[in-house]
Design a protein around this ligand. Structure first.
Ligand SMILES: Cc1cc2nc3c(=O)[nH]c(=O)nc-3n(C[C@H](O)[C@H](O)[C@H](O)COP(=O)(O)O)c2cc1C
Length: 221
């Protein structure tokens, strides 16, 4: 698979089969992804990959919290600015509409937050979840590095016939996650990444993208 195809076929999949992902495939992907760039080559990411009975138990604990309408652990970083202005607000709303349509959750369903948290807590059925942490001493530059690293992981997963879904939602239950993986308090959870094989015929949230003219300015010839 060439890079263009990997980029074009990567999308957030929210319906996985329970087919396990071979450890050697995950090791191959993560070995290659370690070549992702980082400012000063700090390689600031700390990654845990959870599978099998440990993942089953984590999913069960997180789902129980979701179903109990637990508001979650105090957030350590805001995923979005408090005031989401245009055009970001429109992009956010249209992605959310697509996402809920694919998950068959009505917009006015009073249980929507709980249902979304529960589906996320099941990692959408994925048999592997990668959790990416950063040392608390790290700043915005290293958070950007971690994003580049995670995108590298996601593209390499495509080359292995796998799909993924990045999930900030795991930060809601970050204490449960940290207990499971044994992350030290000096590390902060950036997000989870569900990994697996996509379920056939599952509805997908087909997100759009802004035209190039909205996001890119060419200067010079
Ligand atoms: C850092 C990050 C966190 C995300 N968190 C969630 C999440 O908690 N749950 C979810 O269903 N999707 C999550 N997403 C997926 C986005 O909704 C998705 O990337 C966006 O709508 C574009 O769609 P696409 O990935 O299918 O191209 C996250 C994406 C990123 C990059």
């Amino acid at each position: 698979m060439d890079v263009y195809e990997a980029v074009k076929t990567r999308c957030s999949v929210r319906a996985f089969t329970d087919q396990p992902v071979a450890r050697k495939v995950l090791e191959r992907v993560l070995t290659a992804a370690s070549w992702a760039p980082s400012s000063g080559n700090l390689q600031p990411w700390h990654v845990y990959v959870v599978t099998g009975s440990r993942l089953a138990s984590l999913k069960q604990r997180a789902t129980a919290r979701a179903l109990a309408r637990d508001p979650g652990d105090d957030r350590e970083y805001p995923m979005y600015p408090a005031d989401l202005l245009p055009p970001y607000l429109e992009r956010f709303s249209s992605a959310a509409t697509e996402r809920y349509k694919a998950l068959k959750i009505e917009r006015d369903d009073p249980d929507r937050p709980m249902k979304i948290a529960a589906l996320n807590s099941q990692a959408f059925g994925a048999p592997a979840v990668l959790f990416c942490y950063l040392d608390r001493s790290m700043g915005p530059g290293q958070w950007a590095d971690a994003g580049m690293y995670l995108q590298t992981v996601m593209l390499l997963l495509r080359a292995e016939g796998l799909h993924s879904c990045p999930q900030v939602m795991w930060t809601m239950y970050r204490k449960t996650v940290s207990e499971t993986v044994g992350a030290p308090d000096t590390h902060q959870l950036l997000c989870g990444l569900s990994i697996g094989y996509e379920r056939e015929n599952a509805l997908r949230a087909r997100t759009d993208r802004a035209p190039l003219t909205e996001t890119v300015t060419f200067i010079g010839s």
